[in-house]
Design a protein around this ligand. Structure first.
Ligand code: PSU
Ligand code: MN
Length: 304
């Protein structure tokens, strides 16, 4: 059995049954450039603390599964080269062989659940890629949402993905897709994808109760909470489309496949938008962290 290594802060919160919000680490190592990656990670952790919950950033360092990182560990991970990107398929191999790796949404859900944490904040989830009808590129994040009882707060899905297909797969898998505060399903940099969200809940208390009710019904799996980017940080869909189309075309041209696809697209879009995509990304992750903290607090109230 693999031991979980809790940071002192998370260990303390667990002992008190206080609200905890899990955070992924692939966004740090494969989603943003240094030093903005570690600056954002620190800001997001502080947002969660300011909202009255405890952040638990999850990663594997030298074969140890960490639930919560110290500031030094966070800095080391953010600067490290050739860090593995770990999804469900990779987790056990990395642990068994003493590797260092960052957890995706899927792997972070698995680790959070093992640690007794039921709320997780991130930027965007993986989904069905454009051209999936030939590439079969569908993120393991989608299936994880149907298996593991963790509520994931994200700003919807990026328009680098095929959003209609992503919603169809989530429906097939029985994953509740719940927009918060609006009817439309958000599209990461944009508040609307042009598609109506299957479900809508506006209060953290309702979101917490829905997850607990799902589990009480004997249903496996979590929920996807789609939280739109704050208005002042939004980038119009039209502006993003040019960069996204160019990035997708380059990925196809260079034959990028497998787990390299998402990091490649994120990096190209960062450069093609001259950093504007990153500024918006940071704003939406912080917004998601605040909502996740409110949900985690309600989970504690409802579980009492
Ligand atoms: N989408 C983003 N930023 C990210 C990711 C996705 O906007 O950093 C990361 C997350 O860790 C997500 C992973 O779980 O990419 C999905 O990778 P794949 O498509 O290979 O499953
Ligand atoms: Mn993929």
């Amino acid at each position: 059995m693999t031991d979980l290594h809790f940071s002192p802060e998370v260990s303390d919160a667990k002992a008190k049954n206080a609200p905890i919000v899990a955070l992924e680490s692939t966004i740090i190592t494969h989603g943003m450039p240094y030093p903005q990656n570690v600056e954002t990670a620190r800001l997001v952790e502080d947002d969660i603390r300011a909202a009255g919950a405890t952040p638990a950033t999850i990663a594997i360092l030298d074969g140890r599964l960490h639930i919560g990182l110290t500031p030094g560990q966070l800095e080391t991970l953010a600067q490290a080269q050739n860090v593995l990107k770990l999804s469900r398929a990779d987790l056990a191999v990395a642990l068994a062989t003493g590797r260092t790796g960052a957890t995706t949404v899927a792997a972070t859900m698995i680790a959070a659940h093992a640690a007794g944490i039921s709320v997780f904040a991130t930027g965007g989830i993986g989904g069905v890629h454009k051209g999936a009808e030939t590439s079969f590129d569908i993120s393991a994040d989608l299936r994880e949402l149907s298996e593991t009882p963790v509520t994931v707060v994200a700003a919807g899905a990026k328009a680098i993905l095929d959003i209609p297909k992503t919603l169809e797969v989530l429906e097939t898998l029985g994953v509740p897709v719940i927009a918060c505060g609006q009817d439309d399903f958000p599209a990461f940099w944009s508040r609307s994808s042009g598609l109506t969200s299957p479900l809508r809940l506006d209060s953290p208390a309702d979101i917490a109760r829905s997850q607990l009710t799902r589990t009480a019904l004997g249903l496996k799996g979590g929920q996807l909470i789609a939280n739109p980017i704050p208005e002042d940080a939004e980038i119009p869909a039209e502006t993003m489309r040019t960069a996204i189309d160019a990035a997708n075309a380059e990925a196809a041209e260079q034959g990028i496949t497998g787990k390299a696809v998402t990091p490649f697209l994120l990096d190209r879009i960062f450069h093609l938008t001259e950093g504007a995509s990153l500024t918006a990304n940071i704003a939406l992750v912080r917004n998601n962290a605040r909502l996740a903290a409110a949900i985690a607090k309600e989970m504690c109230v409802a579980a009492r």
